[in-house]
Write a protein of this length. Structure first.
Length: 224
């Protein structure tokens, strides 16, 4: 009697699995309702024919499942990235004046204008499209080099295709940098950036440019 009962139960499970499959359920959905091994389910369903509508339904479900999986992985990646960034921020701690000074020297070495050996003198200028870098450089000029903001000139280079957005772009940089719009002048419409490129120029700063060059050489020599 026990053997017969088990046989009937297995038959019922198979019928239920086939019925669920014909309704357009995926293997995962069927296994959630029919407690059997996936290999057994595969044996039961390999010959089950599906209509075009049922196949389309299964395809749609698979795509939706893949999309949910991708979204979940994307969210996990964002959370991992955020955790790494937050931990790294704590590692920096408070910067000393000397550390700030050296960071500014390195920044200018990479992005600032250099005096040509055959030239008659060149002022201190830095060009970049990153508002955080621009703001850092302004703070460096003020806190390390004792440059007043009134001695700074800001020039924006805007691509011709964004010329109609000139006012918007100037307002964007005005807010990011923290200066009024009258500080800005517009250069020729060249370049290829969404919010343009900002060049900071320090008035009457040839001596400062030469000092920065000396600081840079000092860093190079002390690191050998």
């Amino acid at each position: 009697m026990h053997t017969i009962t088990m046989g009937i139960r297995k038959y019922d499970l198979k019928e239920k699995a086939i019925a669920l499959r014909k309704e357009g359920n995926t293997y995962s959905e069927i296994l959630a309702q029919v407690p059997i091994a996936k290999s057994t389910l595969s044996d039961w369903l390999h010959s089950v024919g599906l209509s075009k509508y049922q196949k389309q339904r299964l395809t749609t479900k698979r795509l939706e499942s893949a999309k949910r999986g991708g979204a979940a992985k994307h969210q996990q990646r964002l959370e991992r990235t955020k955790a790494i960034v937050e931990a790294a921020k704590i590692e920096v701690g408070l910067l000393s004046r000397r550390e700030l000074w050296l960071m500014g020297v390195m920044l200018y070495w990479a992005e600032g204008s250099k005096e040509k050996s055959y030239g008659s003198g060149s002022g201190t200028e830095l060009t970049n499209m990153d508002p955080f870098m621009i703001c850092f450089f302004i703070r460096w000029l003020k806190n390390v080099c004792d440059i007043d903001k009134t001695d700074l000139v800001f020039e924006i280079t805007i691509h011709e295709t964004h010329r109609h957005r000139t006012e918007e772009i100037i307002n964007y940089w005005s807010e990011k940098i923290g200066v009024t719009t009258h500080y800005f002048s517009q250069r020729k419409n060249i370049g290829e950036t969404y919010f343009g490129v900002v060049r900071i120029r320090v008035r009457s700063s040839t001596t400062l440019n030469r000092r920065i060059a000396g600081w840079t050489q000092g860093v190079v020599e002390s690191s050998r």
